[in-house]
Design a binder for this molecule. Structure first.
Ligand SMILES: NC(=O)c1ccc[n+]([C@@H]2O[C@H](COP(=O)([O-])OP(=O)(O)OC[C@H]3O[C@@H](n4cnc5c(N)ncnc54)[C@H](OP(=O)(O)O)[C@@H]3O)[C@@H](O)[C@H]2O)c1
Length: 322
């Protein structure tokens, strides 16, 4: 079948490991289902997979993509929940030590078919286009959990989002605005800051800029390049919620500020299946149109990956079925 996959790990030139080609037809185990993805969105995680992060060399080739919306064999439209856990695990799926994201153990969504446990498909509520739904399972789900489960923010409080145009950042801006937060955003260019304002940010700033006041919570996915600014931006007793470290994982902790100002630093990863169901309902009820920066046919995946690698983002990048 048609598939976009990582042939082998390539830390220095990840795009050289990307192949648009053919992979064997998959088998569907008992209790699993086959989904035909009509739209599937790109995540930074796919670039890490091309680099060899998180997989052993013998696990390649690996079909890329953790997000998709598509149809079951009977035509039912669904969105894919991308965490596959231990069937014996009960409770929060993100805490299951045996959990994997699609592309870590099981093949991903950038293909004619993706095979997942039946529990991992959620019927698409009426009114969702496959393209809009295809961005929700990873970046938007991560943003939803950071904001609504982890941050403790109440409507009316002020949040700072580090990064303006990325998948997680744009989701945080749109969700935060819809939920009644005051949304501040840093962005690396005027174009990216303008996008954040279009999506609902109340104020935007250059990366690292002095802010007019302290914020109740900072949302971090950037890491080394913004961490010191995040520590200075948060009010005493406020929180930094961190889901990623795009620019580097060792930012220097600034422990004196951490304990003296009683800053709460909380890690956040993906979300539960129920949080994805709730996210779908919130997006529908609030009338949010998730920001899609580019829609590119799946057989031109190389362009999509190059845009993400170059930081050329304006919201999510979506691959559509060829
Ligand atoms: N833990 C989880 O479950 C989870 C889930 C999803 C993503 N993540 C992680 O979160 C991170 C973001 O993912 P994504 O899919 O949103 O990526 P993305 O779409 O490529 O966005 C990257 C973002 O990072 C910002 N950025 C990158 N380098 C920067 C720098 N040097 N200085 C300031 N800002 C910088 C960009 O800001 P500008 O807009 O200003 O360019 C942009 O907003 C990745 O590290 C990813 O692995 C984790």
């Amino acid at each position: 079948m048609f598939a976009v996959y990582a042939a082998k790990p390539n830390p220095e030139a990840p795009l050289d490991a990307l192949v648009v080609g053919e992979r064997p037809e998959p088998e569907v185990p008992e209790g699993w289902v086959s989904v035909h993805p009509t739209a599937a969105s790109l995540n930074m995680h796919d670039l890490w997979t091309l680099r060899g992060v998180g997989l052993k060399p013998e696990q390649y080739p690996m079909i890329l993509g953790s997000d998709a919306a598509g149809t079951l064999a009977d035509g039912t439209p669904v969105v894919v929940y991308p965490i596959v856990g231990d069937p014996a695990w009960a409770g929060d799926e993100t805490l299951d030590p045996k959990r994997t994201l699609l592309t870590e153990k099981h093949q991903g969504t950038f293909a004619d078919q993706v095979i997942v446990p039946a529990h991992n498909v959620i019927p698409l509520p009426a009114g969702f286009s496959p393209v809009a739904a295809s961005v929700l399972g990873t970046a938007w789900l991560t943003a939803y959990r950071m904001l609504f489960t982890k941050s403790g923010l109440r409507p009316g409080q002020t949040m700072l989002v580090q990064g303006a145009s990325g998948g997680v950042s744009t989701a945080l801006i749109q969700l935060g605005r819809a939920a009644g937060m005051t949304v501040w955003v840093t962005g690396r260019s005027e174009e990216k800051r303008n996008l954040a304002e279009k999506l609902g940010a109340h104020a935007t700033f250059e990366s690292g800029a002095r802010l007019p006041g302290k914020v109740d919570a900072v949302f971090e996915s950037v890491g080394e390049a913004t961490w010191k600014h995040s520590m200075r931006a948060v009010r005493p007793g406020g929180a930094i919620i961190c889901c990623g470290s795009t620019s580097g994982p060792n930012p220097g902790a600034d422990l004196q500020r951490l304990f003296f100002l009683q800053i709460r630093v909380e890690g956040s990863t993906m979300g539960t299946r129920q949080e994805l169901v709730d996210l779908l309902a919130f997006v529908a009820a609030a009338g949010i149109q998730p920001q899609i920066g580019q829609e590119i046919p799946m057989d031109r995946a190389q362009e999509a990956f190059a845009a993400m690698q170059n930081g050329d983002t304006a919201g999510k990048i979506v691959l559509t079925a060829k």
